[in-house]
Design a protein around this ligand. Structure first.
Ligand code: ADP
Ligand code: MG
Length: 615
């Protein structure tokens, strides 16, 4: 038999490697910016077109490359960062595998311009799908500019797999924020489709966080600082009252590299014990410095997980440090003295200053972080005074009684529904009861129907919004005084991209600034006090959305609004409100499920009830 094994040609090998290194435009952004940082840049510009699908360009003022290096940089395993295996244990650069540029050049049109400080002229190289199409001497600024165009142009399957521009932009912004947070001493610029999204000047950490997340962030930050033999911790946590419903602003950096660690996250969350409402997540920006040889550096190029040698000790230190700072800033109610002693030992033991006596902390043991809200209840429970949580039917249709409802129905009702309507017609008033501030119970001829009030209301609102957005002229109410709402610039950018969809839903925007939007009109079904909540929820939902081919924001929007505005479990409903809700639900096109697919009601027939007792 003849031999059948052969070496893959370079461009094929590069394409395969690219599959690992480059998942989406954001991966290219990460690799290029990290290269700029490794090259000692003090200023990095990122220019994007169409969420990076058309263009990703990174321009830096770093040390540049010689003519030969410029050409070599695109070869696989070509790196200036390590020379032998030993170097792997003393890494202080972001890259070291020498794969990124080769991979990117295999799947895009790449144009590199670079010049070293003392050279008169620089070089320009154009590569398409691993093939060098031109190399010449050019005059260019000191540093490096790499433009990556038409990503995945030669791998249609990968290109088609890319998500909507909104989502790909979100991924890029996430990467951008991570490096920008890790390097406050470098200035960063981000332009998308010629709009400036970020202009971050060289500054300190606190200012950098505020520049990225908006001026409101400043008052939220509690500084964290601790130094021990095995770890140095610096950074900030946000005060507990600013904890978010969605995880979002949670950043760990280890030796200036963004990482994810559910273990360390647990330590931080644990330090907030007793201070957070159920289901909310504290924001934090924590910078850990550990000896490079105490972490496993041999990690996958795109993975953000990491392995530490002394996980347990790090956990204890982190927890104690955060707790201590919260106590010092008078946000923790009381220091707990029943701490797990085993967790504390390594912390004290490793204290650098030798002395193990902690600085005196004056703590008000009666301090209650929630005392401003005399009647504190978790968010999901309505505060009676607000009034906006009580159920008011927004339905313009006349669904005052079951009779009308039955005759109005356009779609063929399911047998169950038919039964329901039929029997309800006969009970006339449709008496309802509220159970545990969560369910409505109504007696029908064939038995009873149990309705989940929150899910039912979600369905009602969802259909109402969809109808408003897609069929009718959006009904909008002009605000007497336009409302200005602050967002991070990334969020502003996102609102801007879905502006026309929001307008279809009834929002009116008076002005966009870098950190706020001024809203002059809102959909009739939203109250002014809920605007921020509704928009923040929408942004969170869009970030998580899974788009399909016929992607439109309308459905995501209607779902998101419905979720934000639906009456919650725990809301007491008057009999009238209960009836309106039941009526509204059964005049929906699909009353059986919530917009998220959960059952809104269940009927129990008399037979079923009987069988419970005849077992
Ligand atoms: P790695 O970063 O793992 O070394 P890359 O493929 O990302 O591999 O880059 C290859 C080499 O090209 C780098 O080691 C570096 O010498 C050079 N290089 C890449 N980008 C830049 C840049 N922006 N400025 C200067 N040199 C660069
Ligand atoms: Mg690199």
């Amino acid at each position: 038999m003849s031999d059948i094994i052969q070496l893959l040609p370079d461009h094929v090998a590069n394409q395969i490697a690219a599959g690992e290194v480059v998942q989406r435009p954001a991966s290219v952004v990460k690799e290029l910016i990290e290269n700029s940082i490794d090259a000692g840049a003090t200023s990095i510009k990122l220019l994007l077109k169409d969420a990076g699908k058309t263009l990703i360009q990174v321009i830096d003022d770093g040390k540049g490359m010689s003519v030969t290096d410029a050409r070599l940089s695109f070869e696989r395993h070509a790196t200036s960062k390590i020379k032998d295996a030993q170097d792997l244990f003393n890494l202080n650069t972001k890259g070291f595998r020498g794969e990124a540029l080769a991979s990117i050049a295999a799947i895009a049109h790449v144009e590199l311009k670079t010049k070293q400080e003392n050279e008169e002229l620089g070089s320009q190289i154009k590569i398409e799908g691993s093939k060098v199409v031109s190399q010449e001497t050019v005059s260019t600024a000191k540093g490096t500019s790499i433009a990556v165009k038409n990503l995945f142009y030669n791998i249609p399957a990968r290109r088609n797999f890319l998500k909507s521009d909104t989502i790909e932009t979100r991924h890029i912004v996430d990467e951008f924020q991570r490096v920008a947070l890790a390097h406050p001493d470098i200035s960063f610029l981000l332009h998308h489709n010629n709009n400036e999204v970020y202009h971050l000047k060289k500054s300190n950490l606190r200012k950098r966080i505020v520049a990225i997340f908006g001026a409101k962030m400043n008052e939220k930050l509690v500084p964290i600082s601790e130094q021990t033999d095995i770890i140095t911790v610096n950074g900030f946590v946000a005060k507990p009252e600013f904890a978010k419903k969605k995880r979002g602003e949670q950043f760990f950096f280890v030796n200036n590299r963004f990482i994810k660690s559910s273990y360390l996250n647990h330590a931080v969350v644990n330090a907030f014990e007793g201070l957070l409402e159920h289901g909310s997540h504290p924001s934090y920006f924590l910078y850990l410095e550990v000896p490079p040889n105490s972490i496993d550096i041999n990690i996958h190029p795109t993975k953000t997980e990491i392995k530490f040698d002394n996980e347990k000790a790090l956990y204890a230190i982190l927890r104690a440090t955060v707790k201590h700072s919260l106590g010092q800033y008078n946000v923790a109610p009381i220091l707990d003295f029943d701490r797990d002693a085993t967790l504390d030992t390594p912390y004290n033991y490793n204290k650098k200053n030798g002395s193990s006596s902690a600085p005196p902390i004056t703590v008000d043991p009666t301090f209650n972080p929630f005392k401003t809200e005399t009647d504190y209840k978790p968010e999901t429970i309505s505060t009676p005074k607000s009034g906006s949580n009580t159920y008011q039917s927004n339905f313009k249709k006349d669904t005052g009684n079951w009779e009308a409802l039955y005759t109005n129905i356009e779609t063929t009702p399911s047998i169950q529904q038919e039964q329901l309507f039929e029997s309800q017609k006969e009970t006339e008033t449709g008496k309802t009861f509220q159970i545990q501030k969560k369910y409505l119970l109504s007696s029908i001829k064939s038995g009873v129907v149990l309705i989940n009030q929150s899910l039912a209301h979600q369905r009602v609102l969802y259909e109402e919004f969809l109808e408003n957005i897609t069929i009718k002229e959006a009904s909008s109410q002009q605000l007497l005084f336009p409302v200005s709402i602050s967002f991070s610039s990334a969020d502003i950018e996102m609102i801007y991209t879905i502006k026309s969809d929001l307008e279809s839903a009834g929002f009116m925007f008076d002005q966009f600034t870098k950190e706020s939007v001024i809203i002059g009109g809102i959909p009739t079904s939203i109250t002014e006090s809920k605007i921020t909540l509704v928009l923040e929820q929408l942004l969170d939902d869009i970030k998580l959305e899974v788009p399909d081919a016929s992607f439109s924001h309308f459905d995501v929007m209607a779902k998101s609004f419905a979720k934000s505005l639906a009456i919650k479990t725990g809301t007491v409903l008057s009999v009238k409100e209960q009836e309106n809700l039941v009526n509204d639900l059964f005049s929906c096109k699909e009353p059986n499920t919530s917009p998220f697919g959960k059952a809104t009601f269940k009927t129990l027939t008399l037979n079923e009830i009987d069988s419970i007792f005849n077992k």
